[in-house]
Design a protein. Structure first.
Length: 518
């Protein structure tokens, strides 16, 4: 496991500068900087539906990485901090898997999890959902371990000797660590509190009616550490802890996002997203071997819940981890967009189920164990291939159920975070004459820091139509069919695409090309 983490960190370090900025990163960077200032002086307007913990951590880390590593921009350090959060998820995923799965199949499922293109791509550019996945996963894993540790102590004959023993036990490092991670997760997204609820239900279910009183001191220590950590790491809560946390939770469950979503070749507004949206995308954005193994593992999990009492609490907790948030989002008509990125935190339990299938196969091959290794390699190959082939846009991956990445073109979202603007502007840096004007039909926020100082960047159609409109270049995102039809008389000089999926177009325009668009 140590070798895997070392390789992952080294790969991230070498590749990080090749990823472009995503549209959601600048607001998180600003929020992190403002929240850090709150520790030294009053800061206004800190309201946000997300917590400040990770943004502050990543901002602080990115500043130092930029300073110490020649050639890195701030955004590169920020991306590397995102990737380190992903590495944390690899560590805790293996640790969670080991609760039910033997070391070798657990390592195999960890590799399959870590090499999924949709996760690998998000690992660099997603400052919200990847860190939340990592710390939610860490909170649940450590919380379950804490619960097991406490339950063993409750069952020990020496437990009832002194109340002092109980309190000393409740102050052991594992309880503090579990409580800290509960606080970390809750101070990234208020939904992080759900990781504590999973642990609480598991704890109470296993302690039984008789053990609830004995378990109470541990739960109090765990909960108080989590609450205090959340409060200290989220300055927005300081003025009104309960009210502001509740407001954040309410806003997060129904975020006021305005836009449309491409799904199955149809543009849907937020009010009409089909209930099949999340389940469908979960089936389309993981590799075929992962889906096949999940189907086997799910059957094994159902049988184990029925027949194996010792595994039942863990498996039911994993099931609740996945089903509860998805069901709540569907029933409450929560705002969902950008595919299932807001639900990345439910991916780890899905791949634990994959691990159950790998363990089953490993046990069936016990007399021919050497065959397990090539089978794992075959399962990993599609993910590794697409990680390389789509680089640095792995998050646009779709499997063969929708015809692959090319088949998803004009049917499902691809580069919805406009990370391709980095490649766009770097091309224009090379070919555009001095002082050229570059129009961005959608936005230029993810291109600005990569642009030559002399280039004049004009963003969004409203500003383009209000200008005198000198000749120059216009950048059109390829994620919408309507964009691809704009400016039919202007020649396309370059395009960014992967495997037939168009991400961005660059066209040369004359002043007259914009006439009549009002």
């Amino acid at each position: 496991m140590t070798l895997l983490i070392t390789i992952a960190v080294a790969a991230g370090f070498l590749l990080v500068t090749q990823y472009g900025e995503s549209v959601d990163e600048e607001p998180r960077i600003q929020y992190g900087a403002q929240s850090l200032q709150a520790y030294t002086s009053p800061v206004q307007n800190l309201e946000d539906e997300k917590g400040a913990f990770y943004s502050m951590l990543a901002y602080y880390g990115a500043q130092h990485l930029q300073y110490y590593i020649p050639g890195w921009k701030f955004i590169d350090g920020w991306h590397f901090m995102n990737f380190l959060a992903f590495v944390i998820s690899i560590f805790f995923f293996y640790r969670l898997s080991r609760r039910l799965i033997h070391p070798v199949p657990a390592l195999a499922s960890t590799l399959l999890f870590a090499t999924q293109p949709v996760i690998w791509g998000h690992a660099f550019i997603n400052p919200k959902d990847i860190p939340f996945m990592a710390f939610f996963l860490g909170s649940v894993t450590l919380g379950l371990e804490m619960a097991d540790h406490a339950l063993r102590a409750i069952a020990a004959p020496s437990f009832a000797k002194t109340a002092g023993y109980r309190l000393r036990f409740a102050a052991q490092p594992l309880f503090w660590l579990a409580g800290l991670f509960l606080g970390f997760a809750s101070a990234i997204r208020s939904l992080g509190i759900a990781s504590g609820l999973l642990v609480l239900v598991y704890f109470l279910a296993k302690s039984g009616r008789k053990g609830i009183g004995r378990a109470l001191p541990y739960l109090l220590v765990y909960g108080l550490v989590g609450i205090l950590t959340t409060f200290l790491l989220w300055p927005y809560l300081w003025s009104n802890p309960v009210g502001n946390f509740a407001a954040s939770l309410s806003k997060e469950s129904d975020y006021p996002w305005i836009g449309d979503t491409l799904f199955g070749g149809v543009l849907f507004d937020n009010a009409n997203i089909p209930i099949s949206y999340i389940p469908t995308l979960l089936c389309l954005q993981f590799t075929e071997p992962a889906l096949f193994l999940f189907a086997i593992g799910l059957g094994l999990a159902v049988v184990s819940v029925w027949k194996k009492a010792d595994q039942r609490p863990d498996l039911l907790a994993l099931g609740a981890w996945v089903v509860a948030p998805v069901a709540a989002a569907i029933l409450l008509h929560s705002t969902i967009y950008n595919n299932f990125r807001q639900f990345l935190f439910i991916v780890p339990p899905l791949f634990v189920v994959v691990g159950l299938a790998l363990q089953f196969i490993s046990e069936k091959l016990k007399h021919r164990a050497i065959l397990f290794i090539p089978l794992v390699v075959l399962a990993l190959l599609p993910g590794v291939y697409w990680d390389i082939h789509l680089h640095p846009y792995q998050y646009i991956y779709y499997n063969s159920l929708t015809g692959g990445v090319s088949g998803a073109f004009n049917k499902y979202e691809s580069d919805y975070w406009t990370t391709s603007n980095k490649e766009v502007i770097e091309y224009l840096n090379h070919i555009a004459p001095p002082n050229s004007t570059v129009y961005f039909w959608s936005n230029n926020s993810t291109a600005k820091q990569y642009a030559r100082p002399d280039l004049k960047l004009v963003e969004n159609k409203a500003k383009i139509l209000s200008q005198n409109r000198p000749a120059g270049y216009i950048v059109l995102l390829g994620t919408r069919p309507s964009n691809q039809r704009l400016f039919p008389n202007s020649p396309t000089i370059h395009q960014i695409s992967r495997d037939g999926n168009l991400l961005a177009l660059i066209k040369a325009i004359k002043p007259g090309d914009l006439t009549g668009l009002q």
